[in-house]
Unconditional design. Structure first.
Length: 52
């Protein structure tokens, strides 16, 4: 399961966050970061899913 979350966190960051945390504040923050720039969205998704 973690490999799927990792792949989705890189390709579609909001989806990767939504799978692990649902539609919480983390999802909405990641969606905004991904809209502003893909790289900040990826970094946030990896941080939320694997480091926190």
């Amino acid at each position: 399961m973690q490999i799927i979350v990792l792949i989705l966190s890189i390709l579609l960051p909001p989806v990767g966050v939504a799978i692990k945390h649902g539609l919480s504040n983390d999802f909405w923050i990641n969606l905004i970061l991904t809209i502003l720039g893909v790289i900040p969205g990826i970094i946030h998704a990896l941080y939320v899913n694997f480091l926190r």
